[in-house]
Design a protein around this ligand. Structure first.
Ligand code: DX5
Ligand code: ZN
Length: 225
């Protein structure tokens, strides 16, 4: 299934509940929540109090992207705040295996993100333990950046590796994703798409529907074969 995960970072923070309702009604399934600590990435965004407050206003899957040094320290807190999935950066975890296991033992979906310059091969051993891998297509820290084209090669390589090993891995892409490049990402093998600016700048409902129409086209084509 092709899934849109709008990134809250680009939303209008005065109107979060209404914006979340709009993406949910227009067909998004995930809400991508970018937690930043000012250390792993330069910015600071939001944390547990915002997550738990939003949990009360939506049933969307909470996809928490931890751009935080040693995120293993927060697994229980993030779970309590309502996360369904926790994504940690390979580059931010000295003991990645332990952190991934902490997430799984907490009963949540586990994901690992790779910065643009981190090779896909670094996931070789941990891959069977993951529900999802996130290929960053910008350097993390800010919304509204330009898509880095070589992320496409990384998606292709990872999908080929997962298929070769019979793993049903979700592959998410985050950064500069728009209706103009999402089709190439679908063809490369990604299935979960984070979009911040492309969803929240302008008409949120119409922007979300543009992605959904593209997903419907691909899913229909697949159902026809
Ligand atoms: C970047 C964040 C992204 C960001 C995406 O560090 O991880 O989730 O919000 O925003 P756009 O879609 O505007 O590139
Ligand atoms: Zn993100």
């Amino acid at each position: 299934m092709l899934i849109l995960a709008p990134s809250l970072l680009a939303a209008d923070f005065k109107n979060l509940a209404a914006q979340i309702r709009a993406i949910e009604e227009a067909g998004a399934k995930y809400l991508h929540l970018d937690v930043m600590d000012g250390a792993f990435v330069p910015s600071i965004s939001f944390g547990m109090p915002v997550l738990s407050s939003l949990r009360g206003c939506t049933d969307l899957v909470f996809d928490v992207h931890m751009m935080v040094e040693e995120p293993g320290r927060y697994v229980e807190d993030i779970k309590r705040a309502g996360a369904d999935l926790i994504c940690v950066h390979q580059e931010a975890c000295v003991h990645l295996d332990r952190t991934v296991n902490q997430i799984r033992e907490a009963g949540l979906k586990a994901a690992v993100a790779l910065n643009p310059a981190t090779p896909v091969s670094t996931l070789k051993h941990i891959l069977p333990e993951l529900d999802m891998a996130l290929i960053m297509s910008v350097n993390p820290g800010f919304g509204g950046q330009k898509f880095i084209p070589y992320a496409l090669d990384k998606v292709r390589e990872l999908r080929a590796e997962a298929d070769r090993r019979g793993l049903s891995l979700d592959i998410q892409v985050d950064g500069g994703v728009t209706p103009d490049n999402v089709e190439e990402l679908i063809r490369a093998g990604a299935n979960i798409f984070v979009a911040g600016s492309a969803v929240f700048k302008g008409d949120v409902t119409a922007n979300t529907r543009r992605f959904m129409d593209i997903f419907d086209k691909y899913e229909q084509a697949e159902a026809d074969v």
